[in-house]
Design a protein around this ligand. Structure first.
Ligand code: FES
Length: 224
């Protein structure tokens, strides 16, 4: 089956079978992070990619793309859709890597939370706390996978309003990240899932609501 390959991702050895969706949708499914400040609305121009092979497998340039000064082989990942079964090689211009602040001043906590989601929307930080001593025994930090649906909480909340079923998708990407983090911890510490007695998730209103699968549309409504 024809695939979409991102040469910067796992040295181009792992791709994704193509389906009739945008490049951005393929990237999200594969776990490739493409900057997408507007959440895929064709407004920010952050998701520019270069098509190294397989241009003819993609849709014509949209009006949104024409409004940006794109090179001949460049496309907006959120606009270019797969229309033909052919291998497509995509070079991402902005993948963005940065350091996540995971440390806190206090290592002992009175409330003994298991999962602590730091109050920033670009990152997720997980901490494992010993419920008897209150001591932190492990910390894992991750870039928030929701970033590819919009750089800020307003874009992401807007995304769930404009795309049916996307609230569930945004929730699932975080849940998947938590599960993968637990798996990674188990790689270091051995089986821990049967020893989890309490989980606490902390975040801003949008992050928290999406995590629990609660409609966030009212958070975007301006009151006059
Ligand atoms: S133009 Fe903003 S994500 Fe594509």
């Amino acid at each position: 089956m024809a695939q979409m390959i991102f040469p910067q991702y796992r040295k181009g050895k792992v791709g994704i079978d193509i389906f009739p969706g945008t490049i951005l949708e393929h990237a999200r499914k594969l776990g490739v992070e493409i900057a997408s400040e507007c959440g895929g609305e064709g407004i920010c121009g952050k998701c520019i990619v270069r098509i190294e092979r397989g241009q003819d497998g993609l849709s014509e340039k949209t009006e949104a793309e024409k409004s940006f000064n794109l090179g001949e082989d460049e496309r907006l990942a959120c606009q270019a859709k797969v229309v033909k079964p052919t291998d497509i090689y995509v070079f991402v211009r902005e993948m963005g890597e940065y350091t996540i602040l995971a440390d806190t001043v206090e290592d002992r906590m009175e409330l003994n939370p298991f999962v602590y989601n730091q109050i920033r929307t670009t990152t997720l930080v997980f901490k494992v706390i010993d419920l008897e001593s209150g001591e932190r025994i492990a910390t894992i930090s991750r870039k928030n996978p929701q970033a590819s649906y919009g750089d800020d909480v307003i874009s992401r909340a807007g995304y769930t309003m404009n795309h049916e079923g996307e609230l569930k998708e945004l929730q699932q990407v975080v849940v998947k990240t938590i599960n993968e983090s637990l798996q990674e911890l188990e790689g270091d510490m051995g089986e821990i899932r049967n020893s989890i007695y309490e989980a606490v998730a902390v975040g801003n209103s949008t992050m928290r609501s999406i995590f629990f699968g609660i409609d966030v549309s009212t958070l975007c409504v301006e009151s006059l």
